[in-house]
Design a protein around this ligand. Sequence first.
Ligand code: HEC
Length: 206
Amino acid sequence: MYNNILTKNFTAVTITRLSLPTLFLVIFCTLALFISQPSLAHNGATGIVKERMDLMDRLKVAMKSLATIYRGGQVYDAQQVREAATIIEQHSANTMARLFPEGSVQHPSTAKANIWRNWDDFANLADRQQLISQGLFSAADNPPQQQNSQLSNMMGTPPPSMLSNSQLMGASENTAEDYASMPSNQVFKKLTDNCSSCHSRFRAKN
Ligand code: HEC
């Protein structure tokens, strides 16, 4: 009889001791699972295709924040520009290109197979994104300028004939120094053009 009560008490104590940490563990695991639940975006993309879609989405977010800055309506913040430029830079060049192994066009990818027939051009666009985003970082302290005043600046000093080829309008192969000396909104424009150049050649519309 005494023995029985002792055993019961012991069991009860053991369960209480065990169950509290266990309970916390269960709650913790449930929360962790919930928080780390992968997003269901990209129509069920997996593996490398999902990885590059995620990379592209991060680029989109950074570009959107820049677009908001350059649309005006808020005080120009060079630090915000540098932060977005850094994110874009970190998702360029080989970090981007390595997510396109040959032939990886499995559903729901919209990547075109011509990527691997024109690999140098594709990789070059990914490299240019790095160069331009570095340029944007350097140009962040150059205030944005309206197209009109850019034009009148060019009409003033120095005369167009004194400008280097790469500084003339329409030239696409700018150097890091060129970008660093441009109004930052112009560098941003180069960046959006670079996204579009790659998409129009190497990405199918869905
Ligand atoms: C070197 C080429 C290249 C460059 C540069 C590039 N992209 Fe892409 N992007 C692609 C390709 C190819 C796809 C299609 C990927 C797929 O579906 O597998 C894509 C897809 C996307 C998508 C769709 C992702 C999804 O969830 O389906 C977005 C958004 C995007 N890019 C944004 C950007 C932005 C913003 C930039 C510029 C900052 C940029 N990309 C620069 C090649 C490029």
